[in-house]
Design a binder for this molecule. Structure first.
Ligand code: F1P
Length: 602
C-alpha cells in the first residue's frame, strides 16, 4: 500500500484476515491490531492510525474468504441494484427505494435519501427515496438502541412507508449483519416477492451473520441471509457485503461501516441517476471509477494530518476539562456534524452536551419525515439560532467551536457567526472545503481565517466539480474529519482501553453480548461470572435475585437504560472482588476508566 507504510508492514495491515485471528468474532466485532495502543497514543498518532484503518476499506482482495469494497462481485451487484433504481426513477408512480437501518445505518439512510431526492427535485423528477430509522426520527439525533431488537417494529415501519406501492427496492443496512429490526424487514420482503426486492448492505461475510434466536421469531439474521443468498442466484435479492476490516474502536460501526455504506449506495444511485438524466449506461467501469474517487477522498483528507491533529487536540482538551465541542455547519456537511455528535453518547457514554451539532436553517434544512422535534427536549435544538441563544452566552475559551462549510455557502453569514463566537472564545476553528483555483471565495475566506485559531482547508480538484461527485466527496471527507475529532477527543479523555470502549451502553442484545465478551477478555474470568457481574452492575445489587437471573436479555437491557458505568463497574467487581458500593466509590474517585482498572490489568 504505497504511501501508507506508516510504521506498519503489510502483514500487520492484513493480520485481521488470517483465519486464526479472533476466530469466534465476525469482522465487524474484531479488534483491529493496528489500534491496539490507540489509548496511549498522541493526537497525531491517533489520526495516523485512523488513516491506516480507513485505508483498509480499499485493500484489494487477497485470496482470503473476504470480498472487498472494490471486488468484481461487489461492483457487479451494485450495477444490478443501480439498474433497479433506474427503472424506479423512470416510473416512479407506484414504486420507491426504501433504505432502513438502526443507529448510524439509519442516519446514513436519511442522509443519502435526502441528497438523492434533492438531486431528483432539481431535475423536476419525482422523489423516489425514503428512509426508515429504528426508533423514528428522534433516533437521527439521539441514541435509541432498544428498537434495534424489534423485528415487528421494523415490519410495521416498512409497511407504512410502502403503503400503496407496487414495486419496492428495499435496502436493509446492518453493518454487523445483526440487527433484528432489519432482519424482520428482509424476512417480510422475502415473503412478498411480488412487491419487494430485498437488498442487504453490511460488512461481514454471509456465514458470519448473527445466528442468535430472535424472540418470538422463527428466523435469525443468518437464516434470512441464507434465503437471500439462494434468491441472489436469480437476482431476486442482492447481497452487498464486502469486508472493510475491523473498526479502529472495536465494534464502532459508525466509522468504516458508515463510510462504506455511504460509498456503496452513492456509487449505485449515482450510476442510476446518470443513466436516467444523461443516458449514460450503467457500466462496471463507471461504478468502479466512482468508488475509486472515494479512495482519493481519503488521500485528500488525510493529507491534512496536521490540521486534523490540531482539531483532535483542541477537542480533547475541552472534553478533558469537562467542557464542550460544538460543530456549527452549513448544508449537508452540517448533517454530518449532527450525526457525529449524536453518536458520542452511545459510543462513548458521553453526555449529549459534550459534543453537539448545529445546522444552519435547523429543521427546515433537515427536512426529516416528522418535521421539527424541538418539543422533545433540549438536545433536539439544532439550529444556529439555538446555538446563539442557548450556548453562546455561556461559551468559554475551554470550549472548542468548529465551523464546517464550503466555498458555496454564504461567506458573510459564516463570517458573522465567526465574529460572534470570537467575542467569547479564541478557541474557534474552521473546516473549509474549496474548489481548486477558486480565488473569488478566498478573499472573504481570509477574513474568516483570521478569526480562527486553525483552518483545515480541503481543496478539491476541478474534475470533482465536473463529474458531479463533489458533494459526496466533501461529505465523506467531513465524516472522516469529525469521526477523527470525536473519537480522538474521547480517546484523549481516557474513555478507551486498548481499542475497546469500556463504558459502552448495554441497551440492546448486541451491546449486551459485546459487553460480556469484553469483560471476559479483560478479566480473563469465565462467561457466567462475567454475566453475573454485568447483571450486578445493571441492577446495582451485590446479590442477584432469582427474578433477575431468570429474566431475559430484553428485560436486562431495558433496565440498563437507566444505569450508568455498567461495564466499568462490572469490570472492577470482577478484578477486585469488591462490593458494588466499594467499586462505585473507586470509580467516582477515578472516573477515567482506563486508569481506574489499570493497576489490576497487568
Ligand atoms: C447498528 C447500531 C450502530 C451503533 C451501535 C449499535 O448497527 O445502531 O449504528 O453504532 O453500535 O448498533 P448495525 O445494525 O449497522 O450493525
Amino acid at each position: 500500500m504505497a504511501g501508507l507504510d506508516w510504521t506498519y508492514g503489510v502483514s500487520t495491515l492484513r493480520q485481521w484476515e488470517s483465519a486464526d485471528y479472533e476466530p469466534s468474532l465476525p469482522v465487524s466485532e474484531k479488534s483491529n491490531p493496528l489500534t491496539r495502543d490507540i489509548d496511549r497514543a498522541s493526537a497525531y498518532s491517533i489520526v495516523k492510525m485512523l488513516q491506516v484503518c480507513d485505508s483498509q476499506m480499499f485493500q484489494k482482495e487477497a485470496g482470503t474468504i473476504y470480498q472487498r469494497l472494490l471486488s468484481d462481485q461487489v461492483v457487479k451487484t451494485l450495477m444490478e441494484v443501480a439498474k433497479r433504481v433506474e427503472v424506479i426513477i423512470k416510473d416512479p408512480q407506484e414504486s420507491c427505494v426504501v433504505m432502513s437501518g438502526c443507529g448510524t445505518s439509519g442516519r446514513l439512510a436519511f442522509l443519502i435519501s435526502s441528497g438523492f431526492n434533492k438531486a431528483l427535485s432539481q431535475l423536476n423528477q419525482s422523489e423516489v427515496y425514503s428512509y426508515i430509522i429504528a426508533g423514528g426520527d428522534r433516533a437521527l439525533l439521539s441514541s435509541q438502541e432498544a428498537p434495534e431488537d424489534d423485528p415487528r417494529l421494523g415490519v410495521l415501519n416498512l409497511k407504512k412507508v410502502c403503503e400503496g406501492k407496487k414495486r419496492v427496492l428495499f435496502i436493509g443496512i446492518s453493518c454487523g449483519l445483526s440487527a433484528p429490526f432489519v432482519a424482520g424487514q428482509l424476512d417480510f420482503c422475502l415473503q412478498h416477492p411480488e412487491v419487494y426486492t430485498p437488498v442487504l448492505v453490511g460488512f461481514n461475510p454471509a456465514h458470519q451473520a448473527r445466528d442468535e434466536p430472535i424472540q418470538d421469531c422463527t428466523f435469525t439474521f443468518h437464516s434470512v441471509v441464507q434465503r437471500m443468498q439462494e434468491l441472489a442466484k436469480s437476482q431476486k435479492a442482492f447481497l452487498i457485503n464486502p469486508a472493510v476490516g475491523p473498526e479502529a474502536i472495536s465494534g464502532s460501526s459508525r466509522m468504516k461501516g458508515g463510510s462504506a455504506t455511504k460509498i456503496l449506495l452513492e456509487a449505485a444511485f449515482s450510476a442510476a441517476h446518470a443513466a436516467t438524466s444523461s443516458n449514460t449506461p450503467i457500466t462496471h467501469n463507471g461504478v468502479l471509477q466512482h468508488m475509486m474517487a472515494y479512495e482519493r477522498t481519503l488521500a485528500v483528507t488525510y493529507s491534512q494530518t496536521d490540521g486534523i491533529t490540531t482539531l483532535v487536540e483542541a477537542a480533547g482538551q475541552s472534553l478533558q476539562c469537562s467542557r464542550h465541542v460544538y460543530y456549527l455547519g452549513w448544508g449537508s456537511l452540517a448533517l454530518l456534524g449532527l450525526i457525529d455528535a449524536s453518536e458520542c453518547s452511545p459510543t462513548f457514554g458521553a453526555d449529549y452536551e459534550d459534543v453537539r451539532g448545529f445546522i444552519r436553517g435547523g429543521y427546515r434544512e433537515l427536512n426529516n419525515n416528522d418535521g421539527p422535534l424541538t418539543s422533545l427536549g433540549p438536545k433536539f435544538s439544532i439550529a444556529h439560532e439555538d446555538f446563539l441563544h442557548l450556548i453562546l452566552p455561556c461559551l468559554t475559551d475551554k470550549d472548542t467551536v468548529l465551523l464546517i462549510y464550503t466555498h458555496s455557502d454564504d461567506a458573510t453569514e459564516v463570517g458573522n457567526m465567526a465574529r460572534r463566537v470570537r467575542e467569547k472564545t479564541p478557541n474557534l476553528h474552521a473546516v473549509y472545503h474549496q474548489a481548486d483555483g477558486d480565488t473569488a471565495a478566498s478573499l472573504q475566506q481570509d477574513d474568516i481565517k483570521k478569526l480562527c485559531l486553525s483552518t483545515l482547508k480541503i481543496t478539491w480538484p476541478q474534475e470533482a466539480l465536473v463529474s458531479g461527485t463533489l458533494q459526496h466527496m466533501r461529505e465523506l471527507s467531513t465524516k472522516l474529519v469529525l469521526n477523527a475529532v470525536s473519537t480522538g477527543a474521547h480517546v484523549l479523555k481516557g474513555k478507551i482501553y486498548q481499542n475497546h470502549m469500556i463504558d459502552l451502553q448495554v441497551t440492546n442484545t448486541k451491546l449486551y453480548r459485546r459487553a460480556t465478551r469484553l469483560l471476559q477478555k479483560l478479566s480473563a474470568c469465565p462467561e457466567e461470572k462475567c454475566e453475573e457481574a454485568l447483571l450486578k452492575a445493571i441492577y446495582r445489587v451485590d446479590m442477584l435475585t432469582l427474578e433477575m437471573t431468570s429474566s431475559d436479555i430484553t428485560t436486562h437491557t431495558c433496565f440498563a437504560r437507566n444505569s450508568t458505568k455498567v461495564v466499568p463497574l462490572a469490570l472492577v467487581i470482577l478484578l477486585t472482588g469488591w462490593s458494588l458500593v466499594e467499586a462505585e466509590s473507586h470509580l467516582k474517585q477515578q472516573p477515567i476508566v482506563r486508569e481506574a482498572v489499570a493497576q489490576w490489568m497487568w
